[in-house]
Structure formats: structure tokens, C-alpha cells
Design a protein around this ligand. Structure first.
Ligand code: 13P
Ligand code: SF4
Length: 313
């Protein structure tokens, strides 16, 4: 009699997911094995919408801490778990809430309209007027009141790209993504020389010098649409390497070349890569680590997120 194959870890996670009435949300930078079993894989904006709309009792968020935190802010009554609570973000770290609070107090006479890139803590969100993602930042800045100066936190590269797109002046917090600033103009120009005429698609967290080389600058979700619709069959992708899994699954007939950094052939976010199938399994099994937060901060942070969701419909 043939032996029955043992269920794979992926099968076990899917079984646990059913028992828990959970949904698995995964960012485009997650490892292939997590993307394969997620109910939804997308960018920060798509994930925020999915988190808001789900009927599941448990949200297993495979991304980084601020993304799971955003899901909890808009779903206070649900259990939100993440595989690794240490999965942070250099942008979030570059703008601590108390520092932003002190800055706003010291500059109170400016009456800033604060737009916070979603890559920030709940405390920073609670101090903001509106949240944005890379997918809707241009729309959000265009919708900001014309009679107030804008303070854009925490990503200076996304902020300067949005200024170029909108013509709107903003004061920029000096944060950056440690992964995207590693891409250099020289390293990308060398790849372009190897693949002449190949479109370069870059994330707006890249530096100005790198963005200048790009044929398209956009969020990770828009990269999927751009590559699907563009006549070229090969693309140089200048963002975190996990994006290639998503592109290869969604646009299997085309070829994607990872953008090289100054010292390696592709860039990985060490925080995004902290999530593994083993940790996801444990999280669903034990319903921990679970996101919890102070209700006053949560309620204040929810308003600018809902404003963003409303404005970017
Ligand atoms: P996206 O919203 O474009 O997926 O970007 C999130 C992110 O963390 C990029 O580094
Ligand atoms: Fe944060 Fe950069 Fe990692 Fe995105 S890639 S989660 S911005 S550290």
C-alpha cells in the first residue's frame, strides 16, 4: 500500500488558517513560499484596503511591523498577528514619535499639514493629518490644503519625487530606506549596458540619481501593471528582491533582472526576510506575537489612515 505523503508546512498553515478563520496578507517583498499561500499579496495601499475590508477573525500579517500595526489600527476588534515582532523598518526608525512631536511643538507657528508615509509608527500616524503610500502619495499631496505648508515624513526620497510630480513645495524629514539608497547610478548603468534598451523600473524610495535613470518610478503594485502592459519582454527592477517573485508569478512570460546595489546583485530587506513559514505556522498556532496598542494612540492614528483611504478611492 502506498504511504500517504506527510502534509507540507504550507498545507499545515492553510489548515490552521481555516481553523482560526484567518486571512494571510503578504507584502510583495515576502519570500516566495509565503506569497504562494497568502490570500492577498500586494503593496502597502492594497494591504491597507484588504485589512480594512476583511471579515476574518484573525489577520496574519506577513510584512513588517508598521504594516501589521496599520491593520490593527483599522481593525481594533480583530486579532492581528505577525510572524516576527522584530521585523521593523529603517524609515520607521528614522522618525521617532517623540522627536516629531517636539519638532511640531517647536514649529507650531508654521501650522504644518503633516503627511506621513505609511512606513512609520502609530505614534507618528497619530500626529499626522493624512497618511500616504508610494501608490497614492501624488494624489494625497495634490489634495492637501493649499494654504498650509506641508511637512512630509519620514522618507526624503519619496518626498522629493512627489515634489517633482506635483510642483508642491514641502519640508522633508530626513529619513530614508536603507535598502533603496543602496542602489547606485553606476551599478544600474552597468546593467543597462549589459541589456541595452531594457526599461528600468524603480521604487520612489530610490535616490534622485537612480530615479533619473528610470523609465518608470512607481509603487510595487504599479510595477506589476507597468511590466504587464509594456511591450518589452525584459525589465530591470530596482527595488527589494522579493518583488521578483510577485512579477514572475503575475507576468510569467517576461524576464525580470534585479537592480544591483553598489556591492551586490540584488537588494534584500533584512526585516521583510525575518518572516518564515515556520514563524507563520507558530503565529497561527499560538495566535502570537499579537499586535496590541494604546487606544488613545490607535483612535488618533485611525483618522489620517481613513482620510487616505477615502481620498485614494
Ligand atoms: P510599496 O507600498 O510600494 O509596496 O512599498 C513599501 C515599502 O516598504 C517599500 O520599501
Ligand atoms: Fe522599510 Fe526599506 Fe524594508 Fe521597505 S524595504 S520595509 S522601507 S527598510
Amino acid at each position: 500500500m502506498a504511504a500517504t505523503a506527510a502534509p507540507s508546512l504550507q498545507d499545515e498553515i492553510l489548515q490552521l488558517k481555516k481553523e482560526r478563520n484567518a486571512i494571510i496578507l503578504a507584502h510583495n517583498y515576502q519570500i516566495r513560499e509565503i506569497q504562494e499561500i497568502a490570500d492577498y499579496v500586494g503593496d502597502s495601499l492594497g494591504l491597507a484596503y484588504k485589512a480594512r475590508e476583511t471579515n476574518a477573525d484573525v489577520i496574519a500579517f506577513c510584512g513588517v511591523h508598521f504594516m501589521a500595526e496599520t491593520a490593527k489600527i483599522v481593525n481594533p476588534d480583530k486579532t492581528v498577528i505577525l510572524p516576527d515582532v522584530e521585523a521593523g523598518c529603517s524609515l520607521e526608525q528614522s522618525c521617532p514619535g517623540p522627536q516629531l512631536e517636539a519638532f511640531l511643538q517647536a514649529n507650531a507657528e508654521k501650522n504644518y499639514y503633516v503627511i506621513a508615509y505609511i512606513n512609520c509608527s502609530a505614534h507618528v500616524k497619530a500626529l499626522s493629518d493624512c497618511i500616504c503610500t508610494s501608490g497614492n502619495a501624488v494624489k494625497i499631496v495634490n489634495a492637501a490644503p493649499a494654504d498650509r505648508p506641508i511637512l512630509f515624513v519620514p522618507d526624503q526620497n519619496l518626498g522629493s519625487w512627489v515634489m517633482e510630480q506635483t510642483g508642491r513645495q514641502m519640508d522633508l524629514w530626513k529619513g530614508s530606506c536603507y535598502v533603496h539608497v543602496e542602489f547606485t547610478r553606476d551599478a544600474i548603468a552597468a546593467i543597462q549596458a549589459e541589456y541595452p534598451g531594457t526599461p528600468v523600473v524603480a521604487h520612489p524610495e530610490c535616490t534622485y540619481a537612480v530615479r533619473l535613470l528610470a523609465d518608470e518610478v512607481c509603487s510595487t503594485e504599479k510595477m506589476v501593471h507597468y511590466c504587464r502592459d509594456h511591450p518589452s519582454d525584459t525589465f530591470i527592477i530596482v527595488t527589494e528582491a522579493g518583488m521578483l517573485h510577485r512579477l514572475e508569478r503575475e507576468v510569467p512570460t517576461k524576464k525580470f533582472i534585479p537592480g544591483p546595489t553598489g556591492h551586490c546583485a540584488c537588494a534584500e530587506c533584512r526585516y521583510m526576510k525575518m518572516n518564515t513559514l515556520e514563524k507563520l505556522h507558530r503565529a497561527l498556532d499560538t495566535l502570537s506575537p499579537e499586535l496590541t496598542m494604546d487606544e488613545t494612540i490607535r483612535a488618533r492614528a485611525e483618522k489620517p489612515i481613513l482620510r487616505m483611504l477615502e481620498l485614494s478611492r
